[in-house]
Design a protein around this ligand. Sequence first.
Ligand code: NAD
Length: 316
Amino acid sequence: MEILKPKIAIIGCGNVGSTFAYSLMISGLAREIVLIDANPEKAKGECMDLNHGASFVHPVKICASGYEGSEGADIVVITAGAKQKPGQTRLDLAETNAKIFKDIVPNVTKHTKDAILLVVTNPMDILTYVTLKISGFPVGRVLGSGTVLDTSRFRYMISEHCKVDPRNVHAYIIGEHGDSELPVWSNASIGGMLLNKYCPACNKSCDYSKVLGGIFEEVKNAAYKIIETKGATYYAIGLALTRIVEAILRDENSVLPVSTFINDYYGIGDICLSIPSIVNKGGVQKFLRLELSDLEQRQLRESAKTLKGIISKLKI
Ligand code: NAD
């Protein structure tokens, strides 16, 4: 079998998997994309639809396959499994999707001993931990999409309020990708100016502590709102995944809040959650031991405790 590099395998070609494939195809980052789904007809259909745009993008081979097609993949992106129904939390999916992962992960690792595994399916932090344990891969090579999406929502909403380019907003959401996530206000800045200095100086005369609190609530509840309206979220996560894959394939040493194995950080250990981390061709090189305020430390410990509570009930 001829393998074209870089090669990305996508497990699960539903809303998220197929939107990511589309974004990846347009990016020109991959030379080969393999689509794998429990429903092979769905994978075939997505593959045909994508390939019919081949004359508009850089050369890329896209095919549908069984797990054997993941052989030689540089990155395997797992988006397969159940999604939230309106009103359901991400954590409600833990048991169902952990069961699915017990089947998927060994099937993937049978063919891809050297790949980086990127977990997207919710509850993403828990499934990143499950994938790490089942695969036996080194910690750097198993990561989750983390709060890269939540952080992008956060930067967008701050930028809209403050009328600045979102790329000049440096602010992170950390912890669980879910209800216990937290904003790191203590380090948030615009153009190098901490928000607690920027806001009083901007002459907008808004009640900024109230406004910022409202922005975080909107970020946290964004997925619920979108699911209520259109049933699923997929465009922004498709772009977030393309960004993570870019950082890996181009060996960028980019700082991204991916979900990674955390040990010995403010009393937190043996858990996967999101902290800004350096991402390069080896996966996660290390997470940054951000200095957090007392409140943020407490919130992060609570977030870790929530995740640990769920993990302890799963039979991994
Ligand atoms: P979807 O229902 O549209 O697609 C899921 C796909 O997985 C389906 O095509 C299904 O056939 C396939 N599948 C199910 N079991 C499988 C198995 N054992 N092997 C292979 N394929 C299998 O769902 P979606 O909207 O694409 O969402 C997928 C997941 O991504 C959900 O868990 C969702 O909550 C999550 N998600 C995560 C983020 C994030 O930021 N991490 C963002 C959006 C969605």
